[in-house]
Write a new protein. Structure first.
Length: 201
């Protein structure tokens, strides 16, 4: 699968890394399977970067946009995750993850990479899936999650510096395991500005 077309998106998805498997189900659900020992992370400790997790991205045609999806993952090992992804270049990217924690709980985790990665654990999610959203307005970005699509909680608010071109999309990872399948449904893209970025509306 060289590219992926989804009816909710304004452009085709292209692969940064090839998945073990990927499928599209009507009316527009994407399923990505990552192999073992796959991740996007540049450790501040100075170990070798790992940037091999399968990731499908597209170039949003608007400087203000949001991309949301209901994300689920077949958790089997620590750090398995389904991910919404932002990619500027090989040293600037960010991910919003529904991830399996070391305590064996599904959790919201975010990583922002600018030369090296940070890593921020947020809240445990007592469900099999969660709504995730990435948002851009000019030079600023925000990550949100929601249980119902009405009330949104901000996870991160950040910038890559001067306004730059970014691609957005979806990823699956299995840094410590043998593989993970992530499912992205209810995918929506919009170009409207949020009225209050911190409340997510």
């Amino acid at each position: 699968m060289d590219s992926v077309s989804l009816p909710a998106l304004p452009a085709e998805l292209k692969w940064l890394n090839t998945p073990t498997d990927a499928e599209v189900y009507p009316p527009g659900t994407l399923r990505i399977t990552a192999g073992g020992k796959t991740d996007w992370f540049i450790d501040p400790a100075g170990t070798a970067p790992v940037t091999n997790a399968p990731t499908a991205v597209f170039a949003p045609p608007h400087e203000t946009f949001s991309l949301r999806a209901s994300v689920g993952a077949g958790f089997g090992a620590t750090f398995d995750a389904g991910v919404l992804f932002l990619y500027a270049n090989e040293e600037q990217w960010a991910k919003l993850c529904f991830e399996y924690s070391p305590q064996h709980k599904p959790m919201i985790v975010s990583v922002v990479t600018q030369g090296v990665s940070d890593d921020c654990n947020s809240v445990v999610i007592p469900a099999h899936n969660v709504l995730l959203r990435i948002y851009r307005h000019g030079r600023i970005f925000a990550f949100h999650y929601s249980a119902d699509g009405v009330f949104w909680h901000m996870v991160r608010y950040f910038t890559f510096g001067p306004a730059i071109q970014v691609q957005a999309g979806f990823s699956a990872q299995s840094p410590t395991g043998d593989g993970c399948t992530a499912t992205f449904s209810d995918i929506q893209y919009a170009s409207e500005e949020l009225s209050d970025i911190r409340s997510g509306h």
